[in-house]
Design a protein around this ligand. Structure first.
Ligand code: XIL
Length: 371
């Protein structure tokens, strides 16, 4: 699934925003050494854009991004024009950052950090501890060796990006849908305490970053998984574990989805813990929505608008991130993942494959403007 081809070309193209300097420096570079593209509005914040509307609404609006899409100049241009928050879709995951024990490869993440900083975008780090897209060597570890590997990974990664990442998804997807520690995660065998340990290590490595727990299917107010997550986060707060926020992925399945009012209740419930609430990976696949193509897109717009309105009605809800830039770049354009949402095509994002604005773009923009 992960597209590796074209790295050499990407290396050349990234010169345009200073990533070569970044690579040579071996880490995150100071702002002044990042070159400007010149032609771009530096902040992209002017005019009729999502980021202008979001700034007005005091919310962040984000997209997941990957360096391998930057070859097409339209991609970085539209990304910086519309969004003021960026999440590396894959390049800060364990398999990418520490593919072999103790060998850290920060290049992809560094390029995205440099791009975000050049364009005045916040960066959400994703993700430090997750059972999926883990480097294969980690799966062979158990007990103290696994715990030590986890703590080193969290520490080295958060330290490297210290000062550059505004929010970290420290632990991703710890529970299954019944609200139990997932059976398919090697970390579950360490006991639930691994979660607190990961947060403490992240805080020690980067005292300024806001630390998030992130998961899917926790959007309904009282499902077993939402309840288990709420109890986990409550326990962490009570124990003084450094936890600042909860990320609700919001990979919408229109066949079974809570109402906007239910989502508002969920956001409010998490907010009672004193947490930021962010929508971290939103997409709205239309494949299984009944009707004509136009009806599907209209329903998509209404669903997304409901989510944004729910966020707007809860002050603790500080940001909304979409899981990709255009329909072409969505993980649901890959057949393997698309199956999770029934029959496609899913066309789950705000822009079409030609970067054109879809009805859902207008719906989100209106909701950000309080309409
Ligand atoms: C997905 C990426 O979008 C794909 O490119 C990759 O092949 C698999 O992972 N929950 C998460 C994200 O937290 O990291 C996942 O991203 C989607 C589900």
């Amino acid at each position: 699934m992960l597209r590796r081809s074209g790295w050499a070309r990407i290396g050349r193209n990234f010169g345009q925003f200073g990533a070569i300097a970044l690579l040579l420096s071996g880490g995150c570079v100071p702002r002044e050494s990042i070159s400007s593209t010149g032609s771009e509005t530096p902040s992209g914040a002017d005019g009729d854009t999502l980021r202008a509307a979001a700034a007005e609404a005091q919310r962040f609006i984000g997209a997941a991004a990957a360096t391998w899409f930057f070859e097409n100049p339209e991609y970085p241009r539209v990304l910086a024009r519309e969004f003021d928050s960026l999440t590396p879709e894959n390049e800060m995951k364990w398999y990418a950052i520490e593919p072999e024990a103790g060998r850290f490869t920060f290049e992809g993440g560094d390029k995205l950090v440099a791009f975000a900083e050049e364009h005045g975008m916040r960066l959400r780090g994703h993700t430090l501890v997750w059972h999926s897209q883990l480097a294969p060597w980690v799966k062979d570890l158990t007990g103290d060796a696994l715990r030590a590997a986890m703590l080193r990974h969290v520490t080295e990664t958060a330290k490297h990006y210290s000062g550059h990442v505004k929010q970290w998804d420290v632990v991703n997807e710890a529970f299954d849908n019944a609200g139990q520690l997932r059976a398919d995660s090697p970390f579950s065998a360490l006991g639930v305490g691994y979660i607190a340990e990961a947060f403490r290590a992240a805080r020690a490595a980067d005292p300024a970053a806001e630390l998030f727990y992130n998961d899917y299917d926790i959007e309904a107010p009282t499902s077993p998984k939402t309840n288990a997550t709420f109890e986990l986060l409550k326990g962490l707060k009570e124990a003084g574990v450094p936890l600042d926020g909860v990320g609700l992925q919001m990979h919408i399945d229109p066949r079974a989805w809570p109402s906007a009012d239910d989502m508002r209740q969920t956001f409010e419930r998490f907010a009672t813990l004193g947490l930021h609430v962010e929508i971290t990976e939103m997409d709205v696949p239309v494949g299984e929505i009944p009707g004509t193509a136009a009806e599907k897109l209209a329903a998509q717009s209404e669903l997304a608008r409901g989510v944004v309105r729910a966020c707007m009605s809860v002050p603790a809800c500080t940001g909304i991130t979409f899981w990709g830039l255009t329909d072409r770049h969505s993980w649901l354009s890959n057949a393997e993942w698309a199956k999770l949402r029934g029959n496609g095509p899913h066309l789950p994002l705000l822009l079409d494959e030609q970067y054109g604005k879809k009805p859902v773009y207008a719906g989100v923009l209106a909701a950000l403007r309080g309409k």
